[in-house]
Design a protein around this ligand. Sequence first.
Ligand code: ZN
Length: 340
Amino acid sequence: MIDNLKAMIDEAMHRLESVASLEDAENLRVKILGKKGELTEMMKSMKDMAPEQRKEFGAVANEARTRIEKTISDKMDYFRELKKQAEFAAETIDVTEPGIVTPLGAKHLISITIDEISRVFMDMGFSVAEGPEVETVFNNFDALNAGPNHPARDITDTFYITDDVLLRTQTSSVQVRTLLAKKPPIKVIAPGRCFRCDTPDATHSPMFHQVEGLVVGEGITMADLKGVLDSFAKQMFGPDSRTKFRPHHFPFTEPSAEMDVSCFKCGGAGCNICKGSGWIEILGCGMVHPNVLKVGGIDTEKYTGFAFGMGVERIAMLKYGVDDIRLLYENDIRFIRQFK
Ligand SMILES: [Zn+2]
């Protein structure tokens, strides 16, 4: 009987040596030490043995049991560790490997220019107002003192959606919205997109951008207009810039003027940018017409104001030396990237 036991133990130890996985070790444990395991079965047979024989058999069997348990436990630890190492290896991140480069975009020149203009005016205490691109005929023309016979209202110049609704031809419509929504003092700029029936060429586009400005308060005069816009020119085009105002006509301002800035390329001597004159036309401006203030219910005896509007494309093209407005809308990445 004891020989059978010893043979069984030798066999078990031999099999344990060739265990190759965690599963193998567990299977073998059940097979030898489980409820119906080989060693367990043998130990059950002890109850039929004589006391002397049982003592010796029991000692051998218990010693074997401890040894086998320890061996299996060591094997299992070994395979668990192996498995953990393999998992670590699979999850390793090589921090020295080059990353996936996301190409960075660049701000469009129109956005850059609007941001520059806005920053100058915001530094002077202006806030930014916005209005819709689809506008009423009233806000775009009537309220701005451009009566039924004004030439800009012609269908050859303006995109009409219905008789009363159009694509705004100027950001001046935001003046009307602001006057209706706010009480003086008012100090806003309104950058935005405008539309006119123009055939695209080097200097015309049916879609373009303007920045509008409106100031309304007590005691606002032409001197305020000139001071603000001269300061704007110096911040936008350089501290040596000079400005001059030429009389002009707009229906919504009286008196009206156009402002020229001394050429920022030649300084006034004359060059191809200023076409030899030394001056560059930058914007239109004037004192807000009382009829426009009245639309907003503003007391024209108490309040006066000034307004101005400038073309963003024109300023961008002059400042960055772009010679064709269409380049701004072709979305050619090689063009856009230059202004990063
Ligand atoms: Zn010049």
